[in-house]
Design a protein around this ligand. Structure first.
Ligand code: NCD
Ligand code: ZN
Ligand code: ZN
Length: 386
């Protein structure tokens, strides 16, 4: 078997550390089979999945269930456990049991209700277990049921805004608590000038703080919401051009460690609602590499090795996973990217069960053209290998 690689980049298998696979509980949006097919198409040999399932991944048996369902799938799955029971913010989960069952981190993502005292206690425990806490970073009292970024467009559309401070207040708090507890803190989907600045300062002070951004936050602004486009409704919201620029700068200088998609599938009928009722989230697995190459690599913001660090080696280091350049001699997890392949995003052709992407019709240059997961060729020439 010959795999064509002339003019292509052969990279260690990419890992998306922020994905919602929706199983168990919301299989009509996505399941582990469809989500891992979307991952393989997108060039990801592994994903880490968030605990906002039903039941919530708050005990070892849900983690074991996810791992068992992920057997033999075209992308590896690393589950993330919930920080509190039912993600209700009241009672600690059995974090040691979650770790024992295979959880690689703990998060409040999707159901952020952690008050400072509870976050302090979970961080103390996570520090003891030496696993990272992944914070969704949203102060609900500041977000106040807002529907999009608070700014000129929200005023024009008459939609209640979410101020940048709703994110930044939580980023500040969680950095402070991470310092106090010695916990490894990973800040999910940061999106504002102020968040990037605080992460930069935390790193300068030598704290164990890492951060990620989603492709939608370096490619789109609040303007995408115009026309009440529910596929541009996401949490945190699409921000201003200044925020986009700060994120690109943070990616370039390494302040932002990771690009992760926050792949958040929702069914057509859910996104087909009025803007105020549509759920937050957009899918990202099958457009991430194209967006990174088109908007960051071809524009000179990131070199290819820097892009691979954000999509593979850094998330693996944060989650303590093998692979990437850390695992010479391990089984082959490999992603091959054609940097010059140009094509238009077609949601109809995607593997994800849900089609809620704001990038339909957008031309991207640089696509994954082969994925090897555990030594098996699972995708070639943008076709899944059955
Ligand atoms: C996510 C979801 O749908 O689970 N939605 C979103 O807008 N990002 C939850 C989350 O990542 O906070
Ligand atoms: Zn979140
Ligand atoms: Zn998420």
């Amino acid at each position: 078997k010959v795999i064509e690689a002339t003019g292509r980049y052969v990279c260690p298998g990419l890992l998306d550390m922020h994905v919602h696979l929706r199983e168990p509980g919301y299989e009509y949006k996505e399941d582990i089979a469809s989500g891992t097919r979307a991952a393989a198409m997108g060039g990801f040999t592994a994903v880490a999945c968030m605990p906002n399932t039903n039941p919530v991944a708050d005990n070892g048996s849900v983690i074991s269930y996810i791992l068992q369902r992920a057997q033999g799938m075209p992308s590896k799955v690393y589950p993330i456990g919930a920080l509190t029971k039912g993600s209700a913010g009241k009672e600690l989960t059995e974090m040691a049991d979650l770790k024992e069952s295979g959880a690689v981190a703990f998060s409040d993502d999707g159901q952020p209700v952690m008050d400072a005292g509870m976050m302090y206690r979970v961080m103390q425990y996570a520090a003891m277990l030496d696993l990272p806490v992944i914070s969704h970073c949203e102060d609900l009292s500041l977000a106040g049921g807002g529907l999009m970024h608070e700014g000129p467009i929200s005023a024009m559309l008459g939609l209640k805004g979410i101020p940048a401070a709703a994110e930044e207040a939580m980023v500040a708090r969680d950095i402070l608590l991470a310092e106090a507890t010695g916990c490894k803190l990973h800040l999910a989907h940061i999106s504002t000038v102020g968040s990037v600045r605080m992460v930069r300062q935390a790193k300068e002070r030598g704290l164990k703080v890492t951060a990620e951004v989603g492709p939608h936050h370096f490619t789109l602004t609040e303007e995408a919401v115009q026309g009440f486009n529910t596929n541009a409704k996401v949490n945190p919201p699409l921000r201003s051009m200044k925020d986009v620029e700060a994120i690109k700068e943070g990616l370039k200088d390494g302040v932002i460690d990771v690009i992760a998609t926050d792949h958040a599938p929702h069914a057509f009928h859910e996104k087909d609602a009025e803007f105020q009722y549509a759920p937050n989230g957009l899918i990202g697995l099958e457009t991430a590499v194209g967006l990174v190459f088109t908007e960051l690599v071809h524009t000179g913001i990131l070199s290819v090795p820097q892009a691979v660090a954000r999509l593979c080696t850094n998330p693996r280091k944060i989650l303590g996973l093998p692979g990437g350049f850390l695992d010479i001699g391990g089984v082959a997890d490999i992603t091959i990217i054609d940097p010059e392949l140009s094509d238009v995003v077609d949601p109809g052709k995607m593997q994800s069960k849900s089609k809620n992407t704001p990038f339909g019709g957008r031309r991207l240059t640089g696509w994954p053209v082969a994925t090897l997961c555990g030594g098996v060729l699972v995708m070639e020439n943008r076709q899944l290998q059955e």
